[in-house]
Design a protein around this ligand. Structure first.
Ligand code: PXP
Length: 262
């Protein structure tokens, strides 16, 4: 079973575009929960371009499933996370000019700060995940921070797999995720995935032996415009856990009996 985390930032983006009180990301989180989401993700950006501080507190009080709080590794965000005490924090790089999070953390440059923030949060019982590039080298650096999880940036994977026409090439591309995920497993780190996943490519994660969680926003909120959010969430859960997905005739999907650790 691959858990689905639903990112509700895009609902706040629509609200902020008009400066109104709707659509409400908290309401979206409740609908996502009804549709079978395993957790809710929101990113309180430093520029507050979508999610606002109030949303985060109301979300924490409202949803019954875990809250995954995405944040930059800054003093301001650390103080908020320590008060909020979400189930999990995902540390992400943040650039003001970017449209969305464009790459993984620069672990080499920021190792000291990331290790300190990870330690402070995990001492409070908050599981920390680091948003990183899907490479063995990145996992080995992430392991130094003692973070419980990594979220592999799937942006490049998604673009490539969408472009490829040959199934065998797609299967080969999955190996990059498998290698990184195996390295994470060997370091006792959970493997999460996020960015660019949609209804046409998310099923490929089922071929990654230690995939535990996918965090998906844009595709689900986009689909919800036409199908409603509950249905959009249910359909994405099905894509991540599709027993009929067998890209090559010789290939069975090995459903993983991996257990969540925190
Ligand atoms: N995971 C992280 C760390 C992200 O920054 C984002 C983008 O907000 C996502 C997952 C979701 O990406 P998408 O909206 O492309 O599904």
């Amino acid at each position: 079973m691959i858990r689905l985390g639903v990112n509700i930032d895009h609902v706040a983006t629509v609200r902020q575009a008009r400066g109104e009180r709707y659509p409400d990301p908290v309401q979206a989180a409740v609908m996502a929960e009804l549709g079978g989401a395993d957790n809710i993700t929101c990113h309180l950006r430093e520029d507050r371009r979508h999610i606002q501080d109030r949303d985060v507190w109301v979300l924490k009080d409202t949803i019954k499933i875990p809250l995954n709080f995405e944040m930059a590794c800054t003093k301001e965000m650390l103080a908020i996370a320590k008060k909020l005490k979400p189930h999990a924090v995902t540390l992400v790089p943040e650039k003001r000019e970017e449209r969305t999070t464009e790459g993984g953390l620069d672990l080499k440059k920021n190792l000291k700060a990331l290790t300190a923030v990870t330690g402070e949060l995990q001492d409070l019982g908050i599981a920390v995940s680091l948003f990183i590039e899907p490479s063995v080298a990145a996992v080995e650096l992430a392991a130094k921070t003692k973070a419980k999880a990594v979220e592999f940036h799937t942006g490049f994977f998604c673009h490539r797999v969408d472009e490829m026409t040959l199934t065998a090439d797609k299967v080969k591309l999955v190996e990059t995720l498998t290698k990184a995920s195996t390295a994470a497993h060997q370091n006792d780190i959970q493997s999460h995935f996020g960015h660019g996943l949609h209804y046409g490519n998310a099923s490929w994660l089922q071929l990654v032996p230690f995939a535990e969680e996918a965090n998906i926003g844009h595709a689900i909120i986009g689909r919800a415009i036409f199908s409603g959010l509950e249905r959009a969430v249910r359909d994405m859960r099905d894509c991540l856990n599709d027993s009929r997905f067998m890209p090559l005739p010789s290939m069975g999907v090995s459903f993983k009996a991996t257990k969540a650790k925190g």
